[in-house]
Write a protein that binds this ligand. Structure first.
Ligand code: COD
Length: 303
């Protein structure tokens, strides 16, 4: 089981180099992350976008890329389309977002002919290394699905279980987060959490131990679990946190990154291949972690 990003890098080094495409890599953090991933022999990148812009941004950081690894597409929508199409055609294993809006990349991913659409919902999964914890936390969905219903939460949970398994967690412990650990009919998130937990018990969601509703402290702290006397195989030791909606998730995610100084990797899951999608404001190390996670997940999906 992988417990930090150093171990994740070691895991990624064990498999053959992956080919990834990057749409509109015009910012220094993205280019630096790609260059570092190439130096570590993890990936071979195909950079797709306005060639002059890519080269100018690379030059600012003193980075060099071979001219034959750049495909010139001046329009960002066309760049996103080409980056996704190459993965669709099996020419690359996964795609990364550069400096373009998520909706442009999403449009390409969801394209019926050249995209990576599957029957599964697309959801955002973040992997966080929080300094006070001795294991990685997987959290979903802080960035894509706004107010998922029960059916969507099933798929969001399944997507996160896939990520957990790619990190070597055979039976991930999934906590369904709410404000309290008791079912309260006035709090709809607790009702959905209880439904999801029962679906986990009955094998309607497979491959994980799922429990909820659980408040954040009960999910991650053994001490809180014991004080509250909660009997659960998940409480106190959750690997995966499923949040009730985008507001709760985004605030939790940003609290962990800004106040608890978590380092992160993030991507969209549910497509035919991983879509590495970190925030524009992420630093190059977080983008590098995301590329490494993309590679590990792509290899896991091929198995
Ligand atoms: N998975 C698969 N397909 C999807 C998904 C999904 N999660 N979301 C939309 N689609 C498909 C639909 O099936 C349809 O074919 C097409 O996309 C358009 O569907 P709409 O009209 O419902 O989609 P939009 O464009 O209204 O909404 C999609 C967004 C991702 C834009 C929307 O969910 C959104 O705004 N999410 C929040 C993004 C955000 O602001 N994040 C902030 C933190 S970074």
């Amino acid at each position: 089981m992988i417990s930090d990003f150093t171990e994740l890098t070691e895991l990624a080094k064990k498999s053959q180099k992956s080919k990834m495409t990057v749409a509109a890599p015009y910012d220094s953090a993205t280019l630096k992350a790609i260059s570092l991933a190439e130096d570590k022999n993890l990936v071979e990148a195909v950079l797709i976008g306005d060639r002059e812009k890519i080269l100018a941004a690379a030059q600012e950081e003193d980075l060099t890329f071979d001219s034959d690894q750049i495909i010139n597409k001046k329009d960002v929508g066309a760049a996103a389309g080409k980056a996704v199409k190459l993965v669709n055609q099996g020419e690359a294993e996964f795609v990364m977002k550069g400096l373009l809006s998520t909706s442009k990349l999403l449009k390409a991913v969801l394209d019926k002919e050249d995209g990576l659409r599957t029957s599964q919902l697309l959801s955002y999964v973040a992997v966080l290394d929080v300094p006070v914890l001795d294991r990685l936390l997987i959290m979903t969905d802080p960035a894509m699905n706004i107010a998922p219903d029960l059916e969507e939460k099933v798929q969001i949970t399944e997507n996160a279980i896939t990520v957990a398994k790619s990190l070597g967690i055979d039976i991930p412990k999934v906590a369904l987060l709410t404000a309290v650990e008791k079912v309260n009919p006035k709090m709809s998130a607790t009702l959905e959490a209880a439904n999801l937990a029962k679906m986990g018990d009955r094998g309607q969601i497979k491959g994980a131990k799922i429990d909820g509703p659980l408040a954040f402290d009960n999910a991650i702290s053994m001490e809180a679990k014991e004080i509250k006397g909660i009997e659960s195989e998940v409480a106190g030791q959750a690997d995966v946190l499923v949040v009730p909606d985008i507001e709760a998730g985004n605030i939790l995610y940003k609290s962990l990154t800004h106040l608890a100084k978590a380092t992160i990797a993030g991507m969209l899951i549910g497509a035919a291949a991983p879509v590495v999608l970190s925030s524009r404001s992420d630093n190059y190390l977080n983008k590098l972690n995301s590329i490494i996670l993309g590679k590990v997940l792509a290899k896991h999906m091929e198995e």
